[in-house]
Design a protein around this ligand. Structure first.
Ligand SMILES: N[C@@H](CCC(=O)N[C@@H](CS)C(=O)NCC(=O)O)C(=O)O
Length: 232
């Protein structure tokens, strides 16, 4: 039986991971269809004019073409929150809501630029193309560019299990989705420097809402990166 929702993209995308976790947390069933970012098909470019994954189709709205689709993980999560309000992943309180959006943006833009573009891609994309991994770029990002971001997040968490309030919000999901990107390649951030952030990430990774994505990633990564890289 097909699900109403279908996600176009790849489990390796941190943005797809964020959307999958939100759908799982809300108990929404979904199908996944792979779209290769290194050679996007024309039908997909019609859905995603900026040429990015993921995009969501709600088959209850339209089964083909651009109709019934939403692209961009933040737009998708906003849609899902309205479509299935419980459990909420965006805080109700106005200020908390604003803070959750900011931390989501911090993860999606700031962390993705460094961890995704600066660590994950220079290694994985090269390996996919049978080239040597660009360890110089990855090491610079890991050792110089990620630490200030982790310092900020450690202070924001301040030893608490969640960034905002006492339940999982989009802030927790978005940050953990990005840390997972570098964990696949190089392991955890240094636990002695960022104990609260590492504990938060480990708890999020173990949460049921990440399990389907974890399994999808583990399967692909085991073939390309049988052993994690030491970037220290
Ligand atoms: N703001 C977008 C960012 C999505 C994004 O950058 N996705 C990457 C993959 S992780 C992509 O599609 N890149 C296309 C490319 O590299 O050509 C979102 O939140 O969905």
């Amino acid at each position: 039986m097909t699900a109403s929702l279908v996600l176009y993209g790849s489990p390796l995308s941190p943005f797809q991971r964020k959307v999958e976790a939100v759908m799982a947390l809300k108990g929404l069933d979904y199908d996944c269809e792979d779209v290769n970012v290194m050679g996007m098909p024309d039908w997909y470019k019609e859905i995603s004019p900026l040429g990015r994954i993921p995009s969501l189709r709600d088959r209850d709205i339209a089964e083909e073409g651009a109709a019934g689709t939403i692209t961009d993980s933040s737009a998708i999560c906003g849609y899902l929150e309205k479509r299935q309000p419980e459990p909420a992943v965006y805080p109700v309180d106005a200020f908390d809501h604003g803070r959750a959006l900011w931390l989501e943006e911090f993860a999606d833009t700031g962390m993705a630029m460094v961890g995704g573009m600066g660590v994950f891609r220079p290694i994985i994309f090269n390996l996919f193309q049978r080239k040597d991994p660009d360890l110089e770029t990855a090491r610079k990002s890991w050792n110089e560019k990620l630490p200030p971001l982790y310092d900020y997040l450690e202070a924001q968490l301040d030893g608490r299990p969640h960034f905002i309030g006492d339940a999982i919000t989009i802030a927790d999901i978005a940050v953990a989705s990005q840390i997972a990107q570098t964990d696949m390649i190089a392991g955890l951030p240094d636990k002695s420097r960022w104990p609260g952030l590492v504990a938060h990430y480990q708890a999020m990774r173990a949460h049921e809402c990440f399990q389907r994505n974890n399994a999808g990633c583990d399967k692909i990564i085991a073939k390309v990166v049988p052993e994690k890289f030491d970037l220290s």
